[in-house]
Design a protein around this ligand. Sequence first.
Ligand code: AMP
Length: 520
Amino acid sequence: MNVPHFLIRSAIQFPSRPLWIDGEGTISFGEGRRRLDRVAISLLEVAKQYDRVAILTSNRFEGFEIYLAAMHAGMAAVPMNPRNHPREYAYTITDSSASVLVYSEEFASTVREIAQFATLPPNVYCIGDWQEGMPGRPYDELVQGEDLGAPKVNIDPDDVAWLFYTSGTTGQPKGAMETHRNLVQMVHHFLTGGLDDANENDVMLHLAPISHGTTSIGLVFLARGGAQAFPLSKSFDPEKVCEAIQKYRVTATMMAPTMVQMLVSSDAIKTHNLSSLKSIVYGGAPMHRAVLEDAMKKLGPVFIQSYGQGEAAACCAALNKQDHICGDDPVKIKRLSSVGREATGVIIRIVNEAGQELPTGEAGEIAIRSDLVMRGYWNKPEATAAAKVNGWLRTGDVGYLDDGGYLFLTDRVKDMIISGGSNIYPREIEEVLYTHPAIAEVAVIGLPDEKWGESVAAIVVLKAGANATQEELIGYTRQHIASYKKPKRVIFADALPKSSYGKVLKRELRDHYKAHVPTN
Ligand code: AMP
């Protein structure tokens, strides 16, 4: 089994159903399969099986197509986040020694900048309107040519399909080698779990950058003959998103929690018909319960949470739709703050530093054993040995399991605060602050403290026109959680620094506020 086979199998079953939808029209599964074969054959004319194909595109169908075509040629797709810096792309291209680079037209000048920091791969192609003087050659050249059927390559399930550079929120990015087996396992999980109703009538709208989780979810619909829609290539605008959902009768999408928050706080959801939506997968960063409850009130029980990481493709645990329906049951309501239960084919253990399993309810590092777990880091055997211990992936996330097997993420190992010898998990304090009506966003971090080692600080972004004081917010927290966990300091800010995937950069906040602690 290999990943592009999902497309081939659906093309046999549904040759005339739409596969790709964009602002210009649709391409059927039959035609999409022809293009897939042809692009893969063209790649094999300029590069070899097992080579790496670096890909820097906006959200357009050719971006998804080239990921699949690279895999179909037995090469590894190397997705690059469109919001990164040219230096980061240069690092990725050099570290992966990519022999092909495919970019979309908006990135022509970025590609020229990359060339200042790295040698570009020998084969560069431009998706979109390539003009004389732009780097490389037109992508259309890869699509055109005689139909020769599928490429004759023997793909092993353990070949690398997706070389995913971790976001590097903790250190230098590393290429996680996700194999065909890993991604196929991920699709199986969703098809036996939260997306078991996926079918050929589905239309999945790609909103988050296709260099990340939305493509994984797209594979699930690909496997069932559903369509992939890319009408919007620009940044997240709730008005345009609602227009697209209405126009294309979108049934499924994937969003980062911040996107969900932006969507449901916009008036656009009141003025559009969003009734076609069946499934919204969210994940990649903490979803705070107050935000989720508001979203469910407005959009209904359509939510599915997924917890995973580049090292264990997309979904190690999931909170399925039925888990979101709680009534007045306090246990179920509490579980809305969890990331759900083990995905099919995944074993989760909570371990201490020595790797010993901890009892139910006790917090420790989350370890994963599954066919989802990456083969290792590209060219980094030491980092691989530290991450995969006796077959178990050490995720670097801290959490605990409740007696129903629901996993509660408390934080990244490195974000935990140790104050006066007690472990404090910022997530718990953030959950409380998110229920305060004046707060739009909050991040809790530890700052150096002479007496306690570290003390709790809450960096707060207020809603437009709202007011709150430090004393009021500290008092509010105190009503809900133990006194030693309450913030010692509340710092008001205009915005929180976020990674290109919408994760709050706590390391950056710590470095910044360590250097200048403001007085309110
Ligand atoms: P990445 O490898 O860039 O996908 O980042 C993975 C990290 O994002 C995980 O190790 C978690 O720290 C965080 N993460 C992923 N999914 C969730 C989720 N559902 N809730 C909270 N944090 C998450």
